[in-house]
Design a protein around this ligand. Structure first.
Ligand code: ADP
Ligand code: MG
Length: 320
C-alpha cells in the first residue's frame, strides 16, 4: 500500500466534514474559515513510542490519546476545538494497526466535532504528532499568567490515576481488584480532555493549565508566569476510590502530586468570581475540588497536611 492509499483509505475516507473547512485533505494545504470575533488557538503535541506510550499500547488508544492531549491544551486555553492535522511516522504500513488507529481518531473526531484537515505520512520510528486548532472569543483566552495572590486553586477530576496506571502497565505493581485495574489503565490510555470545564471557565478563572507532567511540575508554570506562590493542602487532593484502594494513602498522595498524564485542569479563581464558579460548574455538571490558595511569595510552592508542612521531594516528569 502506497502513502497515497494510506491517506485516502484511512484518513480522508474517515474524516468528518465541518462547514468551516473550505479545503481539507488532498491539496498542498488546508483552507479554513475562522468565525468573526474569534481568535485562533493552535497547539501541538508529539507522542513517541517508548517515551510517551508503551510500545504494546493498542493503536486505538494511541490515536485517542494523541488527540486528547492536544484537545486538553485547547481546553486549558478555554478554546473550542475545530481542526487537527496529523503527522504520522511509522516503520511500515501495517493495515491492521492503521485500521485501529484511524478508527480511534475517527471516533474522537465525531465525538468532539473536530475535522482532520491534513498532515504528513513518513517512514520512521512510530511517532504521532497532532496539531490542534480551535477558537476562543477574542480576548477571552485563559492563560498561565494572570493569577493573583489570594486566588483559590482548583483541580478537575481526580489526580494520580494515570501514574498508577502506568506502573500497572509496566508491571511495576499489581492491583488485585480487576475493576480498579481497568479503571486505572483506562485513565492512562484514554484521558478525557476537560473541554466543557475549560470553556465554562473563560470569564471566571484567572489562570488555567492542564496537568500533563504532574501537579507539582505544572503548578510551577502558573506560579512562575503569574509571579505568585501557593500553598496546597495535600489532604484536599481529589483521589479516586480505585487509587485509594490500591496503594497506601501516602503513595496515593505521591501519585497525585507528581505523576503525569492525568490531563485534568488546574485553575485559579479570585474571591469575587467564586460564586460564579459554583453556578457554572453546577450548570455544566462538572466537579472541581478546592486544593489550596495563592500568595505573594513568587515561585514558591508549600505543601501542607493538617497544620504542618508536608515533606516531599519528588518532581514531575521531565524529558531532559
Ligand atoms: P505534500 O507532498 O504536498 O506534502 P502529501 O503527499 O504529504 O503532500 O499529502 C497529501 C495530502 O494528504 C495533503 O493534503 C496532506 O495534508 C494530507 N495528508 C498526508 N498525510 C496525512 C495524514 N497522516 N493524515 C491526514 N492527512 C494527511
Ligand atoms: Mg508529504
Amino acid at each position: 500500500m502506497k502513502e497515497f492509499n494510506v491517506i485516502e483509505d484511512f484518513f480522508k475516507a474517515k474524516s468528518i466534514q465541518r462547514k468551516d473547512v473550505i479545503i481539507g485533505i488532498g491539496d498542498d494545504g488546508a483552507v479554513t474559515h475562522i468565525p468573526q470575533g474569534q481568535a485562533l488557538v493552535t497547539t501541538t503535541d508529539t507522542l513517541i513510542s517508548g517515551v510517551h506510550f508503551l510500545p504494546d499500547t493498542p493503536a486505538h488508544a494511541i490515536a485517542q490519546k494523541a488527540m486528547a492531549v492536544n484537545l486538553s491544551d485547547l481546553a486549558a486555553m478555554g478554546a473550542e476545538p475545530a481542526w487537527i492535522s496529523l503527522s504520522l511516522s511509522m516503520p511500515e504500513v501495517d493495515e491492521t494497526w492503521l485500521e485501529a488507529f484511524s478508527n480511534g481518531l475517527q471516533q474522537h473526531s465525531k465525538y468532539y466535532s473536530v475535522q482532520l484537515i491534513g498532515g504528513d505520512t513518513v517512514k520512521g520510528p512510530l511517532a504521532i504528532t497532532i496539531t490542534a486548532q480551535g477558537f476562543v472569543p477574542f480576548d477571552q483566552a485563559l492563560t498561565r499568567s494572570k493569577a493573583k495572590p489570594g486566588d483559590s486553586l482548583y483541580v478537575t477530576g481526580t489526580l494520580g490515576d494515570a501514574g498508577l496506571g502506568l506502573h500497572i502497565a509496566q508491571k511495576k505493581c499489581v492491583v488485585s481488584n480487576p475493576l480498579n485495574q481497568a479503571f486505572l489503565l483506562n485513565r492512562l490510555n484514554y484521558p478525557t480532555p476537560r473541554l466543557l470545564v475549560g470553556n465554562s471557565l473563560r470569564r471566571i478563572a484567572s489562570a488555567c493549565i492542564d496537568i500533563s507532567d504532574g501537579l507539582i511540575a505544572d503548578i510551577k508554570h502558573i506560579l512562575n508566569a503569574s509571579q505568585c506562590g501557593a500553598t496546597i493542602h495535600v489532604d484536599k487532593l481529589p483521589l479516586s476510590p480505585a487509587l485509594k484502594e490500591s496503594v497506601t494513602y501516602s503513595q496515593a498522595i505521591s501519585y497525585a502530586l507528581s505523576a503525569g498524564d492525568d490531563y485534568e485542569l488546574l485553575f485559579t479563581v479570585s474571591e469575587e468570581q467564586k460564586g460564579h464558579l459554583e453556578t457554572t460548574l453546577a450548570n455544566a455538571n462538572v466537579h472541581a475540588t478546592y486544593i489550596g490558595q495563592l500568595n505573594g511569595s513568587a515561585g514558591k510552592l508549600q505543601l501542607r497536611q493538617a497544620d504542618k508542612p508536608y515533606e516531599y521531594s519528588a518532581k514531575g516528569y521531565e524529558h531532559f
